[in-house]
Design a protein around this ligand. Structure first.
Ligand code: GLU
Length: 424
């Protein structure tokens, strides 16, 4: 059967093809872009890619490099050191606004140019070339292929970088930028000139959606903590002075670039990239914004759409027949606080007359730390009440030293866990 998803993406291309806006023209490489190019790419967290239109056209990454460079700087400097240099507040201002926090000189966030230039300077490396090489290499691992730098876009960008040089000199003057300001802007301009396609960007975004693990190679490229920080800053500051509109209408952590790309990462689900060069007054792709609005509405992708995880966490609860009955709780899905709470509540409220309880996690896909602790605590308390507890956990949804310390009976099959009682 032919999947309906590519057909749906083609429909979106048709529906979102407005001609409004204008291609960035401050450098010849951007001015030369074909304004009618339009591509969409989705990459799921299991590495499946769907695309439509010009998904293989190359363009420079521009500001979509900012969250990834921030992730690398967080890894190189640590979160605390980064917080001392760069704030995490939405600026409500244009991307190249000249504003630093009075007193500390910190840029408002790492998505506006001041913060992004400072971020670049905090990536490990002796100069702009080394720092960009570190970034190019890391972006390539996220994209799943070797990316290159568009040298002519870099030269044009750097030759006209007067405002960015102004920002860097100002940061040097207030003492927040340590390195040579010209070198920081040279490196930042190179970073913006890394060449990508919609498909590359969708894979990079999917790496964020997948908590830092590249979906096809399985490599943990960024830490979970860094990804959480990157996505938070994308959500609040990624769309500059349109961040509030974006949050309410689209609700997906995102970043746009002046080349016409927009990336979005929906945690746990999908990475999205759209490319079309005509820009609105905020410097974001007109069709890109329209496409994201449409995808979010059609596919229920807004992060504030309420999911009813809790209600479906307990798949079944039953008592086996026979002379030695056992009570079985079957847990399913991705268990976080609300899901675990449903299971914990059902177990806590039940009268256990069977003397043996089996928690079957065969269909539990993943338990976060809170989910694990809550289930282990319930098992411990049942034990204190004199009830035997066994776990069925073939895929090790429960793991770590606290599981071994619990001394729980562990089984790979429900039948074995039930039979273990009858055997004695
Ligand atoms: N290289 C551009 C600049 O810093 C990036 C701007 C953007 O993509 O929004 O001016």
């Amino acid at each position: 059967m032919h999947s309906p998803i590519p057909d749906y993406l083609l429909e979106v291309l048709d529906a979102c093809g407005t001609d409004g806006g204008a291609v960035a023209d401050y450098i010849p490489e951007l001015a030369a872009a074909d304004p009618d190019r339009f591509g969409i790419c989705l990459a799921t967290v299991d590495g499946t890619v769907y695309s439509a239109g010009n998904a293989e056209t190359t363009f420079t990454i521009q500001s979509m490099s900012k969250p990834f460079a921030y992730g690398v700087a967080l890894a190189d400097q640590g979160h605390e050191a980064m917080a001392e240099k760069i704030d995490v507040e939405p600026s409500g201002e244009a991307f190249n606004e000249i504003s630093l926090e009075p007193g500390t000189g910190r840029p408002k966030n790492a998505m506006i140019n001041a913060g992004a230039i400072l971020t670049h300077s905090l990536v490990a490396g002796d100069d702009g070339i080394q720092r960009t090489e570190r970034l190019r290499e890391m972006f390539s691992r996220c994209a799943g292929r070797e990316l290159r730098i568009d040298e002519s876009a870099f030269t044009s960008e750097f030759d006209t970088a007067h405002r960015n040089l102004g920002l860097a000199h100002m940061m040097k003057a207030v003492g927040i930028l340590d390195c040579d300001p010209v070198e920081a802007v040279r490196g930042y301009s190179r970073q913006c000139s890394i060449e990508v396609t919609c498909r590359d960007l969708a894979m990079m975004a999917a790496t964020l959606a997948n908590a830092g693990v590249q979906p096809t190679t399985g490599e943990q490229i960024l830490s979970r903590r860094s990804v959480r920080q990157m996505l938070s800053v994308m959500m609040t500051c990624g769309m500059y002075d349109a961040a509030g509109d974006w949050m309410t209408d689209v609700g997906i952590p995102a970043k746009s670039g002046v080349s016409g790309g927009v990336i979005g990462a929906l945690p746990g689900q999908v990475g999205i990239a759209v490319f079309s060069p005509r820009l609105d007054s905020h410097g974001s792709s007109v069709r890109g914004v329209e496409t994201f609005e449409r995808l979010s509405t059609d596919m229920g992708m807004h992060m504030m759409e309420v999911a009813h995880e809790g209600r479906s966490a307990l798949r079944d609860a039953f008592t086996t027949d026979g002379p030695d009955p056992v009570t079985v709780y079957q847990v399913q899905g991705d268990l976080r606080f609300t899901g675990a709470e449903t299971v914990v509540r059902a177990i806590s409220e039940a009268e256990h007359t069977t003397g043996r309880v089996v928690l079957d996690l065969t269909r539990a896909y993943r338990l976060n730390d809170v989910g694990q602790r809550m289930l282990l605590e319930v098992a411990r308390r049942l034990g204190l009440d004199g009830i035997e507890v066994a776990m069925v956990d073939p895929d090790h949804a429960l793991h770590g030293p606290h599981v071994e310390a619990s001394g729980l009976e562990m089984f790979d099959h429900l039948d074995a866990a039930i039979a273990a009682r009858a055997d004695r």
